[in-house]
Design a protein around this ligand. Sequence first.
Ligand SMILES: [Fe+2]
Ligand SMILES: [Fe+2]
Length: 148
Amino acid sequence: MNIYQRIVQDHDKHRELASRIMKTEGNSDERNELWAQFKPEATAHANAEEQTLYAELLEAQKSQEQARHSVHEHKEAVDLIKELDEMDMSSSGWIQKFEKLKEDLEHHMKEEEEDVFEIAKKVISNDLANDLVDKFEKRKKSEISEIA
Ligand SMILES: [Fe+2]
Ligand SMILES: [Fe+2]
């Protein structure tokens, strides 16, 4: 497995969790449980990406601009996650805001899979793309333990 495949694994999980959250209602157990999974997952994923893939892409001139763009989108998503976390889940505004986060993230993940990976493959060797998986895993685990 390489870092690209590993990231797509997470993306598929995030897309599924987000679709399931959209079907929940109010301050239900289901919404609470799914959000309790989604929040640390999405946040730790973004941070682990920044500490692995984007750390490499920021180093190379060819990929710097795209990397900065992605990191900026991470900040926006993390801000939305924090806002949602402080909001009353039973208010109608919660799911509206969540839908905005879902759409933003879907756009972001598609861009990573279609544009970022293509640029990364020109900048990162195959060996490094393999080695980054382990690093990603470790960073993500420690991020999750900090959030939880
Ligand atoms: Fe990302
Ligand atoms: Fe991602």
